[in-house]
Design a protein around this ligand. Structure first.
Ligand SMILES: [Zn+2]
Length: 424
């Protein structure tokens, strides 16, 4: 095979069209690691060609050119790089500009196809793992994610959003971000993250509303809001979406009481009472998991503990069961109201301080909690998102900042479209 036809084949294989063509293909030892070989493809344009100005499209003459290199998909086990002198044109209106090449976006060190493959990998695997596998520094991959997310967010359309869920997540303890999500919309089977920003107060909602309207969302069309018991943004949400019914999410209500059971267990486990300490040793998950998810041995242990009378944890646990029972068995609003009110009263009158507090909080939120039995709106999706975001956080031990955290939330949960790379 002579050299001419070989470069010709690569020109075709890479989908290049005039004036671009492959002029050279070489196997060279890697600079970093001379024992491995790499494929280096040189692309050039036909002399005398004119190129459109990237800003206005006006065909313009070449002013000079810049040497660039992009990483492309491997050929077999060999890393592959594309080299080209990219012309700068002198446009009458925009002065000297670097032209767009068909195989990469400006500023990226990867070809479009390489980016598409990386993005697909990054949606499934931790950044650090992808970085290791493809032998790139993770900051380069983070830059890719952020650039892609930024671009994809411009294309968001909220015109079909009718039900919104709000939740907040802490990052490194004190920093909060609020996440606004849409329940599944018309033509969309999955819930998605619409917007995320730092903070968890009125100003946060104002920012969301602005974004919502800018992206063709119609506040009057929103009929349901699901959220947690935190009052910080609830009133602001009700103002922003005046036609919406607010439901405190079932998941959050159960979580609140679950957290309290755990709090009480820890308090008793730290007490000076040897009997309590022994009884509660290594029992954390007995109280937190659903009975169905315990082993036979664990169930036996739990039942023995439930027969005792000296543990606040047992009383708290029984409250939790009652609350779960209301969600499971109350078939209509009225039955639920009755059962819920009596539970709140019982909690408020209990001898356990932590439970009194929960009782008060449930009472304060009663209307919104009970709306669930009318609308049956729940963020089943929130539960899912919680585990996804937990996963993102764990993956993100390497997160250097909140921006990365938020970019990753959009990236994984935003239901954004991956770019379609048609060239190369
Ligand atoms: Zn121009």
């Amino acid at each position: 095979m002579n050299n001419f036809s070989q470069t010709d084949i690569f020109t075709t294989a890479l989908g290049l069209a005039e004036p671009w063509r492959v002029t050279n293909v070489e196997m060279l030892p890697s600079e970093k690691n001379p024992n491995t070989m790499e494929v280096h493809i040189t692309v050039d344009f036909i002399e005398g060609s004119k190129f459109p100005c990237p800003q206005c499209g006006e065909l313009s003459s070449i002013y000079d050119s810049k040497e660039k290199v992009w990483r492309h998909l491997n050929f077999f086990q060999y890393r592959c790089y594309i080299h080209a002198k990219v012309p700068r044109v002198e446009c009458d209106n925009h002065k000297v500009k670097l032209v767009d090449v068909p195989w990469a976006t400006q500023g990226s060190g990867f070809t479009l196809l390489m980016e598409a493959v990386l993005l697909t990998m990054l949606q499934q695997m931790p950044v650090s793992q992808v970085a290791k596998q493809v032998g790139e520094h993770d900051t380069k991959l983070w830059r890719l994610i952020k650039r892609y997310v930024e671009h994809a967010l411009l294309l968001q359309d909220f015109s079909n959003v009718e039900a919104i869920g709000v939740d907040e997540y802490s990052h490194k303890g004190h920093h909060y971000i609020t996440v606004f999500l849409a329940h599944p919309e018309k033509n969309r089977s999955k819930a998605r993250v619409l917007f995320t920003t730092e903070g968890k107060d009125k100003a946060t909602v104002a920012k969301f509303l602005e974004e919502f309207q800018a992206k063709r969302g119609k506040p009057d069309k929103v009929s349901d809001i699901t959220c947690d018991m935190c009052h910080g943004y609830r009133n602001a949400m009700a103002e922003a979406f005046p036609k919406a019914t607010t439901t405190v999410d079932k998941f959050h209500v159960v979580k609140t009481i679950n957290d309290t059971v755990d709090l009480i267990r820890r308090r008793e486990n730290r007490s000076k009472d040897k009997k309590k300490i022994n009884a509660l040793d290594k029992t954390r998950y007995l109280w937190l998991k659903n009975r169905d998810n315990l082993t036979g041995e664990q169930i036996e242990q739990l039942d023995l503990l439930l027969d005792t009378e000296y543990l606040d944890t047992v009383i708290a646990y029984n409250f939790k069961l009652k609350l779960q029972g209301i969600y499971e068995h109350c078939i209509d609003y009225n039955t639920a109201v009755e059962a819920f009110e009596s539970l709140c009263l019982e909690m408020s009158n209990s001898r356990i301080k932590e439970m009194q507090k929960v009782g008060k909080s449930l009472t304060r939120n009663a209307v919104e909690i009970l709306n669930y039995f009318d609308s049956r709106k729940t963020n089943a999706l929130l539960e899912g998102f919680n585990s996804v975001i937990g996963l993102i956080k764990r993956r993100a031990r390497g997160f250097k900042n909140m921006d990365n955290f938020m970019a990753m939330i959009y990236f994984v949960c935003g239901d954004l479209q991956l770019p379609k790379a048609t060239i190369m």
